[in-house]
Design a protein around this ligand. Structure first.
Ligand code: ZN
Length: 304
């Protein structure tokens, strides 16, 4: 910047400089949003699948998975989506209220009534200090699907860090892995195994970066999987699995448009019993309200 330009800038009144700075941030915000929406559109998505979204508590679906929920329930994707919530979130005695809020929130993000279930199982109670038994979780998934007389192609759930490190969130993954791995071993499922995708946990800084997390998410989606797959390549080839196919389907990215963001916030507000002051911070700042990336659990890891 020349000395002349610097002089001009420093002569501007403070309100004008602040307005200029705010305008630049708003422009960067809009450009990042548009760029990411266009980029995400060319990436693989789930289409024509029977999908089970496995969550631990009522509100997980809106607080963490909203962009994914709106993406997979979009009628153009032709998916059949079900939500199984493993507890009613009864740690404060509000289980029944929260189960009703889950129904309303799920419907606000496109899940059909009758395809939402919350369990109240003695071994799966909402607690910050309890890790649920994967066998019980797997049995409950099996029981739910057989009651509904359906099977699933894809399960979406939390990853090993569970976004907030909540042990109940982490338990969802262990139970889903147990269910998918045992089901995939059945002769009838060997040709069409269940795919398991997990919602990526980010650092604290990225969690609250909102739309500004987009460059990090896109970078990760494009390159991190390649690094990760080097580890599996030999084993995948040994099993006759096409590594290019595995890579293409390896990461899903879902992003909300401004209208979808409003829908997500509306779904979150259906959880009236949970809307304490700091949830408003989450609604307006969290990248999970606008952006989700999910990793496919490698078939090699499914057998752990
Ligand atoms: Zn939760």
């Amino acid at each position: 910047m020349s000395v002349r330009t610097l002089e001009l800038t420093s002569n501007l009144p403070l309100p004008t400089m602040m307005l200029g700075a705010l305008g630049s941030i708003a422009l960067a915000y809009a450009l990042i949003w548009i760029y990411t929406l266009l980029t995400v559109r060319s990436r693989p998505v789930l289409e024509g699948k029977k999908i089970l979204v496995l969550i631990a508590h009522p509100d997980d679906e809106a607080m963490f998975f909203a962009p994914t929920m709106l993406g997979i329930t979009n009628p153009s994707s032709r998916n059949d989506v079900r939500v199984l919530c493993l507890s009613t979130g009864n740690s404060a005695g509000l289980g029944k209220t929260r189960a009703r809020e889950l129904e309303k929130s799920c419907q606000a993000i496109g899940v059909q009534p009758g395809k939402i279930e919350s369990l109240d199982h003695p071994a799966l109670q909402d607690s910050m200090s309890i890790t649920w038994d994967p066998t019980v979780v797997s049995q409950q998934i099996q029981k739910y699907l057989s009651t509904e007389k359906t099977e699933v192609d894809v399960i979406l759930t939390f990853d090993t860090r569970g976004i907030s490190s909540h042990p109940n969130h982490k338990s969802c993954l262990m139970g889903a892995k147990s269910y998918a791995s045992s089901t995939n071993k059945r002769a009838a499922r060997k040709d069409t195994p269940i795919s398991l995708y997990t919602l990526t946990t980010t650092s604290f800084f990225r969690k609250y970066a909102g739309i500004f997390d987009s460059p990090f998410t896109l970078f990760d989606a494009n390159f991190a999987l390649g690094r990760q797959m080097k580890h599996y390549k030999a084993e995948l080839r040994k099993r006759g699995i096409d590594t290019r196919d595995e890579r293409a389907r390896g990461v899903l990215v879902y992003m909300n448009s401004p209208l979808q963001l409003i829908k997500s916030q509306r779904a979150m507000r259906k959880h009236e019993s949970q809307m304490v002051w700091f949830r408003w911070g989450w609604i307006f700042l969290s990248r999970y309200m606008v952006l989700n990336d999910l990793r496919r659990v490698s078939p090699v890891d499914m057998d752990d």
